[in-house]
Write a protein that binds this ligand. Structure first.
Ligand code: NOJ
Length: 754
C-alpha cells in the first residue's frame, strides 16, 4: 500500500478525484429523513452510552499514549477461532501495566474477577477490563441456532434467548457478547448461514432488534444484562461461492438495501457495539473500509459505541494484500474506523510510532478510546468492576429450559405431511432410527459453554417421554418390523455448519439417504426429522417420505420439543427463513431476486429463451416463508387503507394500513404466519420481485378468523439508490402488495404512489 490512507471513505475519495469538496451526505437527508434516520438522534444516546462524557474526557486527559493504545487492544484468554492461540500470560501482564482494554474467552466469575482485580488494583489508572464472549444462542441453556429461531417468525423467541443468555453469561463475568449475527445471505453452502436469519433483510432486521433488546434490556449496568455486538459489518453473507471469508463485490444499492438494514435496526434498538467482517467489499477489506465503518456507521448513523475487529481481522489486511506490514495494517484499520483490535496487536505495537509520524491523529485515537470507555461506563464497570461470585447461575434453570423447549418447538417447520401421518396418535408403536436419533449432536454451531456441560435431550428420549408409559417405542433399524410408524432422524452434525464449515454438497451426508430409502422400502408410514444447520437438498428422497419435519439444531431441549410437535402437543407453525434449493447447481436461488429481461412466464411455458437451467426447475424445492401446519388456513385478499398516496406525504412520515384476513379452516388450533410482500414493478433501479415488509404469527382456534394489520410507510416502499452518499427514494408509480402463507403468496392489491 502506498502513502495513501486505506481508511479513506468512498465519498471523500470521489470528492478528491473530482476536485470538489466533500460530497454531502446531506444530499440524502431529504429522502432519508423519514426513513433512514428515524432512530434516536444519536445512537449512543440509548442505554446511557453518552452519560459519562465528562468523566471520559478527564480520564483520557490523564492517559499516556501507551495506555490509550492499550484500551484498543483485546487479547484472547483461551480458545482460538483463527490464527494465534491463547494469550493468557500476555493479557495478565498487559492488564497489570494498564495496557489492555478487553479480553475475550475468559469464563467464570472467579477467573474474571481475578484478572479484573489485576487491572483495577494494580494498574496505574485502574481502568476495568471488558470481557467478551461468543454467546450466540445460549450460555448454559442452549437455544436453537439463530437460523432456527428465525424460522419461528416470532421475534420473541430471539428476545427470550437473549435475555436468558445475558443472565447466565453476566453472572459468570461476561460483559459483552459477540452477537447477534445479522448477515443476510443467499448462500446455503456458507456454513455461517446457521448463525444468521437467512435470506431476507426485513426478517433479519426484526430479529436483530429483538435479540439486541433481549441481551441489553434497558440498562446495561444491570447484573443480568450484557452488551450486544452487531456483526459482521458488513456484507459477509455475500461470500462468493459460499466459501467462508471470501470476496464480496457489492453495489452501493445492494449494500444499503440488502445488507445494511439489520445493522440499522440493531443500532436503533440500542446495540452498543459493532464487529467488522472478514470479507472485502468491492476490493476494500471491511476492516479498512472507511466508507462503511466511518461514513455510514459513525457519521450517517451517528453511532457512538465501539467497533471491534474480528479475530485477527486487522492482521488479515496483510494476506488480503492491502497492507505491507503490521504498522500499515494498524494505521489503516484505525483510520477506517476500527476502535478495538481483537487478537492481533498491530495498533498496540506500532501506534506510538504512527502517532509520532503523524500517520494517525491523536483525535482519532482519543475518539476510539472514548468509545471503549463509553461501553465500560454504560456497563457500570467503573462503579462495579467485579461480578458477585455468590450469585452465579450454576445450571440451566427450569424456566430457562422451558423457554428453550418452547423456542425449539416454535422453530420447527413442517415441510410435508401426506395422509395425516402426523401428529402421531397415542398408542402408536413407534420405531426411532437414524444416526441422530439418540445423538447429542444437536446443539449446533456456537453452542456456548453449556453445549458440552449440559447435553441435550435426544429425540429418542423425547419420544419415549411423550409416548408415555406402556407405549411401544423401540430404537434401531432392527426394531422397525414391529412398528406402526418409523421416525427417521437424520441431518448434519454441528461441525458441518458454522464458521469455516462451507459445503459444496447440500445433501444428507454419509449413507443417510440410503437409510431413508431402506425405511421407505419397508412400506410402513414414516416421518423424517431433519437436524441441520442450513437448507439442504432433499429432492432425492422427498417423494418417498410421507412426512418431513425440519427441526434444525434445536438445542438443549431439542428432543422434548420435537416430541411435542410429533405428538401434536404443539402444532408446528414455523416457516423457512431461507429457500431450500432443488440442487446446488441452482445457487443462488432465493425469493427476493430481481427480474431479468426474460423472466419465466407461466402463460408461455414453451418459451425456452428464459433465465434458468435446462436440467433443473427454476424454482426452489421450498420457497422462503413456506411451512405447513396440522390444520389449514385461508388467507384472504389484502386491503389497503388508501388507493393513492403522495410520495411527498410518505417522505414526511405518513403511513397507511394493509389489512389481511386469515381464517383457520381445519380441525384443530394452530399457528399461521401471515406474510406481506411488496413489489415495485417499475422503478429507476430494478427491484426484487418480492420484498417481505410485514409478518405476524397468529394462533387461531378451529374456524376462528382474524384480521392482521400492517402499517407501511416510506421505509417499506422506497429504496436506496447507488449514490455513495446514501440516497433513499420514494418514487411515484404503482406498488403491488401480496399477502399469503409464503413468499409465493398470490392474494394481492395495489396502491398508487403519486
Ligand atoms: C471469529 C468470528 O468471525 C466472530 O463471529 C467471532 O465473534 C470471533 N471469531 C470471536 O470468537
Amino acid at each position: 500500500m502506498g502513502d495513501g490512507d486505506g481508511g479513506v471513505g468512498r465519498r471523500t475519495f470521489l470528492a478528491a478525484m473530482s476536485g470538489g469538496g466533500a460530497v454531502a451526505g446531506a444530499g440524502a437527508a431529504g429522502a432519508a429523513s423519514a426513513v433512514g434516520r428515524d432512530g434516536p438522534a444519536r445512537r449512543g444516546g440509548l442505554l446511557g452510552l453518552l452519560g459519562h462524557e465528562d468523566e471520559i474526557r478527564a480520564l483520557i486527559a490523564r492517559m499516556t499514549v501507551t495506555e490509550k493504545l492499550g484500551q484498543l487492544q483485546q487479547l484472547a484468554w483461551t480458545g482460538a477461532t483463527g490464527p494465534g492461540g491463547s494469550q493468557t500470560a500476555a493479557a495478565e501482564e498487559a492488564a497489570r501495566k494498564g495496557e489492555l482494554g478487553s479480553v475475550l474467552n475468559i469464563i467464570g466469575a472467579r477467573n474474571s474477577n481475578a484478572l479484573q482485580r489485576i487491572a483495577v488494583e494494580e494498574s496505574r489508572l485502574g481502568i476495568p477490563l471488558l470481557f467478551g464472549l461468543d454467546v450466540i444462542h445460549g450460555f448454559w441453556t442452549t437455544f436453537p441456532i439463530p437460523l432456527a429461531q428465525a424460522a419461528s417468525f416470532d421475534p420473541e423467541v430471539a428476545r427470550v434467548d437473549g435475555e436468558v443468555s445475558a443472565k447466565e453469561a453476566r453472572s459468570h463475568g461476561t460483559h459483552w457478547t459477540f452477537a447477534p449475527m445479522m448477515d443476510v445471505t443467499h448462500e446455503p453452502r456458507w456454513g455461517r448461514i446457521a448463525e444468521s436469519c437467512g435470506e431476507d433483510p426485513y426478517l433479519t432486521a426484526v430479529f436483530a432488534a429483538a435479540k439486541t433488546r433481549g441481551y441489553q434490556g434497558d440498562d446495561l449496568s444491570a447484573p443480568d444484562r450484557v452488551a450486544a455486538c452487531a456483526k459482521h459489518f458488513v456484507a459477509y453473507g455475500g461470500a462468493e461461492g459460499g466459501r467462508d471469508y471470501n470476496t464480496v463485490d457489492v453495489s452501493e444499492s445492494r449494500l444499503r438495501n440488502l445488507y445494511l438494514p439489520p445493522f440499522k435496526a440493531a443500532l436503533d434498538a440500542g446495540c452498543a457495539t459493532v464487529m467488522a467482517s472478514f470479507n472485502t467489499l468491492s476490493g476494500i477489506p471491511a476492516h479498512a473500509n472507511g466508507h462503511t465503518l466511518t461514513e455510514i456507521l459513525k457519521e450517517d448513523w451517528e453511532f457512538e459505541g465501539l467497533v471491534v475487529s474480528d479475530w485477527n481481522g486487522v492482521g488479515e489486511l496483510l494476506p488480503h494484500g492491502f497492507a505491507a506490514d503490521g504498522a500499515e495494517a494498524g494505521r489503516i484499520a484505525l483510520n477506517a474506523g476500527v476502535d478495538m483490535e481483537m487478537v492481533s496487536t498491530h495498533l498496540a505495537d506500532h501506534g506510538a510510532e504512527l502517532l509520532a509520524a503523524g500517520r494517525i491523529k491523536e483525535d482519532r485515537l482519543d475518539d476510539a478510546v472514548a468509545r471503549v470507555l463509553r461501553v465500560k461506563y454504560a456497563l457500570g464497570l467503573f462503579a462495579q468492576p467485579y461480578v458477585d461470585e455468590s450469585a452465579v447461575v450454576e445450571v440451566p434453570t427450569a424456566a430457562a429450559r422451558k423457554a428453550a423447549r418452547e423456542a425449539a418447538a416454535r422453530s420447527t417447520v413442517l415441510l410435508k405431511n401426506e395422509g395425516g401421518v402426523l401428529p402421531i396418535a397415542a398408542g402408536t408403536a413407534v420405531a426411532v432410527v437414524g444416526p441422530f436419533a439418540d445423538s447429542r449432536d444437536m446443539q449446533g454451531t456456537w453452542a456456548g459453554p453449556g453445549g458440552e456441560k449440559f447435553p441435550p435431550v435426544s429425540v429418542l428420549a423425547g419420544i419415549r417421554d411423550a409416548a408415555g408409559r406402556g407405549a411401544k417405542v423401540t430404537y434401531g433399524v432392527g426394531a422397525t418390523e414391529r412398528a406402526d410408524l418409523i421416525v427417521v432422524v437424520v441431518g448434519e452434525g454441528a461441525k458441518l455448519s458454522g464458521e469455516a464449515a462451507s459445503r459444496s454438497d447440500l445433501g444428507l451426508p454419509g449413507g443417510q439417504e440410503g437409510l431413508i430409502a431402506a425405511v421407505a422400502a419397508t412400506g410402513k408410514p414414516f416421518v423424517v426429522v431433519l437436524l441441520n444447520g442450513r437448507p439442504l437438498t432433499i429432492g432425492n428422497w422427498l417423494e418417498s417420505a410421507p412426512a418431513v419435519l425440519e427441526a434444525w439444531h434445536p438445542g438443549i431441549e431439542g428432543g422434548n420439543a420435537i416430541a411435542d410437535v410429533l405428538y401434536g402437543k404443539v402444532n408446528p407453525g414455523g416457516k423457512l427463513p431461507a429457500s431450500f434449493p432443488r440442487d446446488v447447481g441452482q445457487l443462488p436461488v432465493h425469493y427476493n431476486h430481481e427480474n431479468t429481461g426474460r423472466p419465466y412466464d407461466p402463460a408461455s411455458p414453451g418459451n425456452t429463451f428464459i433465465t434458468g437451467y435446462l436440467d433443473v426447475d427454476r424454482t426452489p424445492q421450498f420457497p422462503f416463508g413456506y411451512g405447513l401446519s396440522y390444520t389449514t388456513f385461508e388467507i384472504g385478499t389484502p386491503r389497503a387503507s388508501v388507493a393513492r398516496i403522495a410520495a411527498a406525504d410518505l417522505r414526511r412520515g405518513e403511513t397507511f394500513e394493509v389489512e389481511v384476513p386469515v381464517r383457520n379452516t381445519g380441525d384443530r388450533e394452530g399457528d399461521e404466519v401471515v406474510q406481506l410482500y411488496l413489489h415495485d414493478p417499475v422503478a429507476t433501479l430494478v427491484q426484487p420481485v418480492r420484498r417481505l415488509r410485514g409478518f405476524e404469527r397468529v394462533t387461531l382456534g378451529v374456524g376462528e378468523r382474524k384480521t392482521v394489520r400492517f402499517t407501511l410507510g416510506a421505509a417499506d416502499i422506497g429504496f436506496w439508490t447507488n449514490a455513495v452518499d446514501g440516497r433513499f427514494v420514494v418514487e411515484p408509480g404503482k406498488i403491488e402488495l401480496f399477502a399469503g402463507a409464503s413468499s409465493a403468496a398470490r392474494e394481492r392489491c395495489g396502491v398508487v404512489v403519486e
